[in-house]
Ligand binder design. Sequence first.
Ligand SMILES: NC(=O)c1ccc[n+]([C@@H]2O[C@H](COP(=O)([O-])OP(=O)(O)OC[C@H]3O[C@@H](n4cnc5c(N)ncnc54)[C@H](OP(=O)(O)O)[C@@H]3O)[C@@H](O)[C@H]2O)c1
Length: 161
Amino acid sequence: MNAIVAVDRNWGIGRDNDLLIHLPGDLKYYKEKTIGNVIIVGQRTLESFPGSRPLPGRTNIVLSDDPAFAPEGCIVCRTKEEVLEKAAEYDPDRVFICGGASIYRLFLEDCSAFYVTKIDEAFEADTFFPDLDALGYHVDWASEPREEKGIRYRFERYVKE
Ligand SMILES: NC(=O)c1ccc[n+]([C@@H]2O[C@H](COP(=O)([O-])OP(=O)(O)OC[C@H]3O[C@@H](n4cnc5c(N)ncnc54)[C@H](OP(=O)(O)O)[C@@H]3O)[C@@H](O)[C@H]2O)c1
């Protein structure tokens, strides 16, 4: 399976249960990668989606410990094992771990590719992605740099080997 994430210079990913910045080109890239596929998110990330609703055109698997949590249009799993069991029904290339921080950490070792948008800014983040450079992963593909809202960013793919 894959993970997809947008990080700043310090691997920051969010603040106050929202993204650090909304870059239209990055949101388009995220949609292109995930549409028609399976996304796996934590309960807080689902809450952060527009209207706290699952993202359309995708199978939304949500992880929550709360037995009362039953959002419409989602497959709810209570444990990591339940998620892996459900995800095994799909082609692993079509499955994307989509955050937030706790879910990225939980499935780090299960991912073979990481689609990382590197935003060339240092925001005041309160949630972070593990530093893949420090963990020995490496970049096997990178896009040309882009700029939007005066902010430079680019798409990279990290792999283990
Ligand atoms: N930059 C990006 O690409 C990106 C992508 C996604 C999210 N984000 C940001 O990340 C932040 C949210 O991250 P977060 O870590 O606070 O929240 P999260 O990972 O989205 O959700 C946390 C919740 O998931 C459930 N959960 C986590 N581990 C579990 C387990 N082992 N078993 C059962 N349930 C489990 C729990 O729900 P219950 O409390 O219901 O049990 C927990 O409260 C936001 O700022 C968001 O905008 C950024």
